[in-house]
Ligand binder design. Structure first.
Ligand code: CAA
Length: 286
């Protein structure tokens, strides 16, 4: 199947990144948000990232203009009807996702492939809300989407071989280097990453080291670009807490249980970079 038109649901951090890479890769891209204001916010995030790519000499100004020209936003789900593939990156609320998929299943042409960028919810459960479970897969990107090379392409027990191969090729066409994963909560990366991040919070809780020393340990000792607590601030403490809860619910294993300090920081509104404070403070744009 040839993919020409891409629909992206949600213009948040992940959705706008996905839309940006799709448009840069030559696809006509329609982004759907729930309000004009959120659509505009997403577009300005994309424009900022395209400008940074030009500044970093990753993109020529003409390529930026062409990519911008391929992008449009809408608030109507029906504007996604003619898309060949949809990538959903709305909030991690299973009921809302299922309701959205049900509606899209009715609106979209039968060949449209549905993909979810969820990081921990079950793809199978979303696909069961539609009549196209064979044309349904997971397509999990990493933050920041324009920079990170990995995409996890996730197969459920109902995903057809043809759909899986089309989605895998699509991920490659976005300039990514995908891996194959089964539909188990957390797929490959979060299954390994989440217990590590939670363990770093436990280490801090137990006074093993300061936040700075825990991060420095992993940066200089293991060559990680960011230590675990900086990475938690980057991903969002609320997001990680939420993912950990879903994974704990699925596996019932202690390593996925969110530590009390993480919960308290989320309750106190210390969500990381996005709220200006997490394990570190981010005043003055830092
Ligand atoms: N478009 C294209 N390229 C860009 C860009 C943009 N908007 N902005 C930056 N770049 C490029 C730069 O040119 C640079 O490329 P080179 O290495 O070829 O020079 C590279 O991206 C790094 O950019 P910077 O030098 O500006 O930034 P940095 O060196 O400070 O790195 C970082 C920033 C990429 C975020 C790095 O710190 C990093 O890799 N951190 C870890 C991120 C991570 O682990 N993400 C996964 C989170 S988990 C997740 O997302 C999944 C989940 O489900 C929770």
């Amino acid at each position: 199947m040839t993919i020409r038109k891409v629909g992206v649901l949600g213009a948040g951090l992940m959705g706008s990144g996905i839309a940006e890479v799709a448009a840069k890769s030559g696809y006509e891209t329609v982004v759907r948000e729930v309000s004009d204001e959120l659509g505009r916010k997403g577009l300005s995030r994309i424009e900022g990232s395209l400008a940074k790519a030009v500044e970093k000499k990753k993109l020529a100004p003409e390529e930026r203009d062409a990519a911008r020209g391929r992008l449009s936003t809408t608030t109507n789900l029906s504007d996604l009807a003619g898309c060949d593939i949809l990538v959903e990156a709305i909030i991690e609320n299973l009921d809302l996702k299922k309701e959205t998929y049900r509606e899209l299943d009715r609106l979209c042409k039968p060949e449209t492939i549905f993909c979810s960028n969820t990081s921990s919810l079950t793809i199978t459960e979303m696909s069961a809300a539609t009549s196209r479970a064979d044309r349904f897969a997971g397509l999990h990107f990493f933050n920041p989407v324009p920079v990170m090379k990995l995409v996890e392409v996730v197969r459920t027990i109902a995903t057809s071989e043809e759909t899986f191969e089309t989605v895998f090729q699509f991920a490659t066409s976005l300039g990514k280097d995908p891996i194959r994963a089964r539909d188990n909560s957390g797929f490959v990366v979060n299954r390994l990453l989440v217990p590590y991040l939670l363990d770093a919070v436990r280490a801090l809780e137990e006074g093993v080291g300061t936040a700075e020393d825990i991060d420095k340990g992993m940066e200089l000792g293991c060559g990680h670009p960011m230590g675990p607590l900086k990475l938690l601030d980057f991903v969002g403490l609320d997001t990680t807490y939420y993912i950990a809860q879903i994974m704990f619910d699925e596996y019932r294993e202690k390593r996925f249980a969110p530590p009390p300090l993480l919960k308290r920081m989320v309750l106190a509104g210390r969500l990381g970079r996005k709220s200006g404070r997490g394990f570190y403070e981010y005043g003055g744009g830092k």
